[in-house]
Design a protein around this ligand. Structure first.
Ligand SMILES: [Zn+2]
Length: 98
């Protein structure tokens, strides 16, 4: 969904529901929801350097939906699951290795 999030520094949030604390044999992702912050600066779908790229952000959030965590080490800045993004960034639209 698209909605306003109280912190404008947050681009999007993914919440995952499932069983995560039991033995691995019964761990399971049941569902996930993605909220894209509807801040006016975050609604771009092009390589416009003044807005966040929706496909770039959606690919990252879908990664959370399947259980991947954020990467915060600087060396990972080109990876789809890197925890930060910037206006006009489109390099993380896909999952291919760069
Ligand atoms: Zn993330």
């Amino acid at each position: 969904m698209f909605d306003y999030y109280p912190d404008n520094n947050i681009i999007a949030v993914t919440v995952v529901w499932g069983y995560f604390t039991s033995s691995p044999s019964i761990m399971e992702i049941k569902e996930f929801d993605i909220l894209f912050n509807a801040d006016p600066d975050n609604d771009g779908t092009t390589e416009n350097t003044n807005v966040m790229d929706l496909q770039n952000i959606a690919t990252h959030e879908l990664g959370h939906g399947i259980g991947l965590d954020d990467l915060y080490e600087d060396i990972c800045y080109m990876e789809t699951m890197y925890g930060y993004s910037d206006y006009g960034e489109v390099t993380k639209r896909g999952l291919e290795y760069r």
